[in-house]
Write a new protein. Structure first.
Length: 145
């Protein structure tokens, strides 16, 4: 068991050049990888008493590889930074319903992983849209603390 002992004060002093890592794995309902799936990652700023409003800008557009995976490095954004900014992503593939990831939190030197499942569109049926909130897994990118 790894026990981390740090304070928020120490966290803010981290090198701003550090990045976090986001990995998105996209499969269909049968758990088959979906290559060439478009993933748009945006940085959103939330406002309002309950953070009910958001504005954002797209910071990356990437496509999954043949294994349905994409791996990107971005500056950290998370709840420890005392900001109302988080990442969000849309996951889109022709012939499938879209999925959306909200409140993506990235930490320095940590790989955040999302498993996203897309459902095929069926003619004459309503489109299935999936929303993901804080469903990620986090893995340390290295163990040199």
């Amino acid at each position: 068991m790894i026990r981390l002992n740090c304070s928020i004060r120490t966290y803010y002093r981290l090198n701003v050049q550090e990045t976090g890592s986001l990995e998105v794995i996209v499969t269909d309902d049968s758990n088959r990888p979906l290559p060439s799936t478009l993933i748009r990652i945006a940085k959103l700023s939330y406002t309002g008493h309950y953070k009910e409003f958001a504005e954002g800008v797209i910071v990356k557009e990437v496509y999954t590889d043949n294994n349905g995976k994409v791996h990107v490095h971005l500056p950290p954004l998370n709840e420890l930074m005392n900001t109302n900014e988080y990442y969000a992503a849309s996951v889109m593939k022709e012939g499938y319903g879209n999925s959306y990831l909200y409140y993506i939190q990235l930490y320095p030197s940590i790989n955040t992983i999302f498993n996203v499942y897309l459902s095929p569109r069926i003619e004459g049926q309503p489109e299935k849209v999936r929303l993901f909130f804080n469903q990620e897994k986090r893995l340390f990118m290295n163990t040199n603390f």
